[in-house]
Design a protein around this ligand. Sequence first.
Ligand code: CAA
Ligand code: FAD
Length: 380
Amino acid sequence: MIDFSLTDEQKQLQQLARDFARKEIMPIAEEYDRREEMPWQVVEKAHQVGLLNVAIPEHAGGLGLGMVDECIIGEELAYGCMGIFTILMASELGITPILVGGTEEQQQRFLGPLVEKPALAAFALSEPNNGSDAAGMHTTAVLDGDEWVINGTKMWISNGGEAAVTVVFATTERGGGHKATVALVVPKDAPGFTYNKIKHKMGQRASLTSELVFENVRVPKENQLGGLGDGFKIAMKTLDKTRIPVAAGSVGVARRALDESVKYSKEREAFGKPISSFQALQFKMADMAMGIETGRLMYLKAAWLVDQGLPHGYESAIAKAYCSDMAFDAANEAIQIHGGYGYVGEYPVEKLLRDVKLNQIYEGTNEIQRVVISRALLRD
Ligand code: CAA
Ligand code: FAD
């Protein structure tokens, strides 16, 4: 039997996240986007109410929430602001390789402190010259006695520099491909680790994005996740999971685009009647609703597979690509429904489009999702 209902706990989580978005995120979203600043107070409040780093398992002191739970929360938070959602989502992304490749001792050592106080994690895979071709990374890790020495630059890292722990993927032999990669946990205060904030992003400007620079950064061997040569696979297994909350967040943005469109179309008049009476606009809103319903089913199915311990990479790629493309279209149509007013910052729909464009690019571009999907089709 298929059961589409949420458990009582999930309904409570959804309500908690919905209230949090309305009270703590929506009133400040526009201001922090304009100032290009990260609202730390939201991170602190999310920690207080139990919406931060929710995937940390119970044995490390966390809530140990599943992927369905994380996605239900994600849809609500992104409804409030996709940029602020990215701060929290990127922290879950930073935690996930430690869950995928770390021992129980490493999980307790690195994740325990993230439970005790409001703190973030980050995931550093992309580089100035290697984004989609992640295995071609140039950042090096050389073993010197009992320590790894890291040199190189990571690019576009969400929460980069502010995170208490950053999982850094590096190569032990340039040109060695994925078999020469390693995943290392780097603390914020490691000597030689610096960062430069990237300014003037198109959207999601409340989320911090940084270039990370590693100059002879030393971390003990005990900070290595998994075995030598496992780095790339740990990154891929992580992304197979964390692309699903991006899908959920995209549905949140699309839902906001629809709600704003319904509201505005009932208020605005043209030719002596509300513009909501024009079938051309009604059909745009009907299309948005179809996309939202379809997208939610997709992300929930992919998340359910994760929670069941079943293969999920194919469904995760489908959900990420479909939901982010759908949400981009929904935000675009919301601007159309708002006419000229939609094109300026007076209404929230202009920000929705700027924000959601990124969902088609990060966590693997939607072309790369289609690479993952088509490889699975042809392999099977
Ligand atoms: N799970 C486990 N293993 C996997 C895997 C997966 N999902 N995908 C590949 N592998 C394994 C393969 O089996 C292969 O192993 P063997 O050699 O032992 O058989 C090995 O990894 C290499 O696989 P490929 O040859 O398929 O690798 P590739 O170099 O062709 O790359 C790719 C495949 C899908 C394009 C991959 O590079 C990719 O996903 N690129 C996109 C990177 C990305 O998503 N970056 C996101 C950064 S994070 C971010 O953006 C966050 C944010 O904004 C907040
Ligand atoms: P490229 O790989 O150079 O791609 C350029 C174009 O070529 C794209 O359209 C791409 O789809 C296409 N393309 C490339 N290869 C193929 C192919 N095989 N088939 C078809 N088309 C292809 N990364 C992290 O590691 N951690 C983060 O926290 C993080 N946060 C980010 C936050 C922001 C605001 C941004 C903008 C990016 C972030 N990223 C992060 C990086 C992001 O994951 C990369 O930008 C993305 O993976 C694409 O890499 P690229 O920019 O190098 O583009």
